[in-house]
Ligand binder design. Structure first.
Ligand SMILES: [Zn+2]
Length: 293
């Protein structure tokens, strides 16, 4: 099973995922879900990617869980690399998750065109993006171009890596919600102003209501809109930043997921602790109104 997250270019927020399974001959049986019309895309030997001759390798460094491969000089003490290393502890502490030593490979390209050419050669099905996270049975890897939004992109994709190293069965909505939460600089404390303003605007228009069950039903990242990314972040922010009980509920859910990917979903747990979905929806609405001002 492959898992891929791609940071979206331009003004779009968030990223997308694809899941790829392999048949008995090792050929992908399901490719990407970004463009349903290209379902017959040619197969590519993804498992060979990590032996590819054109992977960045000028700088090789290990910093904590991160194995860095860059095609340009990059100090292990670079501020962003230190920040990404610290993110492991921050995620672990805020979600009460263990720390893993499983390497997360960061393949960094100085030049956006070199990165895009690499992606076109090895992942021809992927849409043009600035960064992507790829998970295989044996490897967690991020590929990215060192451009203007590299810090946000790497925090987002590396969050997927840290999470997948310890919670392999994370539901799509929560995976993205947490990546959106932790992609922000630490000083933001998880408050994604763009998402908050977007949701507050949708509430004012009367065109959106929070509904966790709708997010939980998402299995296809291609179906995830900006509303979905913003709402996924919003539920995570509401859980982590309002009451200790809600924070603990999310920690317990993650802990259960580590041992049982089919653990009761969060919406079921919230019914026990908060009451019927209408009560929870009202609480999240109120949260959006407060933070989206
Ligand atoms: Zn993502």
């Amino acid at each position: 099973m492959w898992f891929v997250c791609l940071s979206l270019a331009g003004t779009l927020a968030g990223c997308a995922h694809t899941l790829v399974t392999f048949d008995a001959n090792g050929r992908p049986t399901l490719w990407q879900r970004f463009d349903q019309s290209s379902g017959a895309a040619e197969t590519v030997g993804l498992p060979g990617i990590f032996a590819a001759a054109d992977l960045p390798k000028r700088t090789e460094r290990r910093v904590g869980q991160l194995q860095i491969h860059a095609d340009f000089p990059l100090a292990g003490q670079h501020r962003l690399i230190r920040e990404l290393d610290n993110l492991r502890v921050s995620i672990s502490q805020q979600l009460d998750l263990p720390i893993s030593d499983e390497p997360i490979h960061l393949y960094l390209f100085a030049d956006l065109e070199d990165y895009q050419a690499f992606v076109r050669r090895h992942f021809p099905q992927f849409p043009a993006r600035r960064a992507c996270f790829v998970e295989t049975d044996t490897t967690l890897a991020v590929f990215a171009a060192w451009q203007e939004r590299i810090a946000e992109d790497l925090r987002h994709e590396t969050t997927h890596g840290y999470l997948h190293a310890v919670v392999p069965g994370l539901p799509l909505w929560l995976d993205e919600g947490l990546a959106e939460f932790f992609e922000l600089p630490e000083a933001s404390a998880g408050l994604h102003k763009r998402h908050a303003a977007h949701l507050a605007g949708r509430l004012l228009e009367g065109t959106w209501q929070p509904q966790l069950e709708r997010l939980e039903a998402l299995e296809d990242a291609a179906a995830m809109s900006q509303d979905h990314y913003a709402e996924a972040w919003c539920w995570v922010h509401w859980l982590l930043r309002t009451t200790p009980e809600r924070h603990r509920l999310l920690e317990d859910y993650l802990s259960d997921l580590r041992h049982d990917p089919a653990a009761a979903p969060l919406s079921v747990r919230l019914r026990e602790t908060e009451g019927p979905p209408t009560v929870t929806t009202a609480a999240v609405r109120q949260h959006v109104e407060q933070i989206g001002k």
